[in-house]
Write a protein that binds this ligand. Structure first.
Ligand SMILES: NC(=O)c1ccc[n+]([C@@H]2O[C@H](COP(=O)([O-])OP(=O)(O)OC[C@H]3O[C@@H](n4cnc5c(N)ncnc54)[C@H](OP(=O)(O)O)[C@@H]3O)[C@@H](O)[C@H]2O)c1
Length: 325
């Protein structure tokens, strides 16, 4: 089959379309014919081996998993022994390593679920990692409740566009922070207030927010905590400058956050989103009910996957970037 592979770390030109062995589903696994995949910040972090410290997990000299990609949507082609949850022909979406490929092999009990009925494959592929991160950040980490004031830094990005809608669906009063060209988009997703960071500094406003969900990592802990109520919650999700070459990247801010959390009344939490089947089902229900809709900036053909990753990394993509396979 064809897949997007890399054999060394580097910028997007290390990615190439190549022939690799097609996966064969083992017992308990499903084989999915991928129709669409989406690009996440995770893909360029792994592609570049950035931050360097993360290479201990990604692979020291080159990525352990040669095929890039995480999010997929497609049709079940075959199932391994013992699989009863899925049958050939089912339309599914999910999260697994090596998704920039014609086929992926996924544990049937893993992060794979029935595709939302009202979405195309392209839209469905945009959901899993970003939607799950937003859900885990707001619901599980921050415990957002109706009436709370929630600020999302990075509201126009892949995770942010889900976070605005999910916070709104929880009944929160939502403020989104983004650049000028994305103000209308973030407002259209339901934000009650939008801060254009090129004109206004969201950290200059007093202790206003019950929850700050930081998806950019460009502000200090003190800055983010300043706008929280005395018992508010700061959720740190990552961030980091594209272009490669950082030692710690967002891990520095997260480590400082963990330390500071021991000494202050406010909650400072570092989010690690873990792929989760139940969360895919929750997202599917929210999407089918109309409460959440994935936003796609651009769709690239499979042969231009490297350009799709470059676009997300370098060009301030708006919401999600999708690859059709
Ligand atoms: N902890 C976890 O488990 C986890 C899981 C998933 C993702 N993440 C991390 O979360 C972060 C967000 O992911 P994503 O997929 O949403 O990334 P993304 O789609 O690339 O979005 C990045 C966002 O950053 C904004 N931005 C860029 N420069 C900015 C600046 N100077 N000030 C304010 N905003 C700025 C962009 O908005 P404009 O274009 O409007 O500037 C955009 O909304 C990434 O760092 C990713 O690695 C963490």
């Amino acid at each position: 089959m064809k897949a997007i592979v890399q054999d060394r770390y580097g910028p997007s030109d290390v990615l190439r379309l190549s022939e690799v062995d097609a996966p064969v589903p083992a017992a308990g696994e499903v084989l999915v014919r991928v129709h669409a995949a989406s690009v996440n910040a995770r893909d360029w972090h792994v592609m570049r081996g950035d931050p360097y410290v993360a290479r201990m997990a990604f692979g020291l000299g080159a990525p352990k998993v040669r095929v890039r990609g995480t999010d997929f949507a497609g049709r079940v082609e075959a199932v391994g022994d013992g699989v009863t949850r899925f049958a050939p022909g089912d339309e599914v979406f999910g999260e697994v390593d090596a998704a920039f490929a014609e086929y992926v092999r996924v544990p049937a009990a893993g992060a794979v679920d029935r595709k939302p009925a009202n979405l195309t494959f392209e839209q469905a592929a945009a959901v899993p990692l970003a939607g799950n991160t937003a859900l885990m950040g707001l619901r599980d980490a921050a415990g957002v409740r109706a009436g709370q004031r929630v600020l999302i830094n990075g509201a126009s990005g892949g995770v942010g566009t889900f976070a605005v809608q999910l916070a709104k669906a929880s009944g929160a009063v939502v403020t989104g922070v983004c650049s000028t060209r994305n103000v209308d988009l973030v407002r259209s997703l339901g934000a009650d207030r939008v801060v254009d960071y090129t004109r206004e500094d969201f950290t200059r406003g007093g202790g206003t927010y019950d929850v700050v969900f930081d998806l950019v990592g460009n502000r200090s802990l003190a800055d983010c905590r300043r706008v929280l109520t005395p018992t508010g919650t700061l959720v740190l999700s990552g961030g980091g400058v594209s272009g490669g070459g950082s030692l710690l990247g967002p891990i520095g801010l997260i480590a400082r956050g963990r330390l500071v959390a021991r000494f202050v009344r406010q909650r400072v939490l570092a989010l690690t989103a873990v792929p989760c089947r139940e969360n895919l089902a929750t997202l599917r229900e929210l999407i089918e009910s109309g409460a959440v809709t994935p936003v796609i900036d651009r769709t690239f053909p499979f042969g231009e996957a490297a350009e799709a990753v470059r676009y997300l990394e370098m060009d301030h993509a708006r919401a999600k970037v999708v690859i059709t396979v």
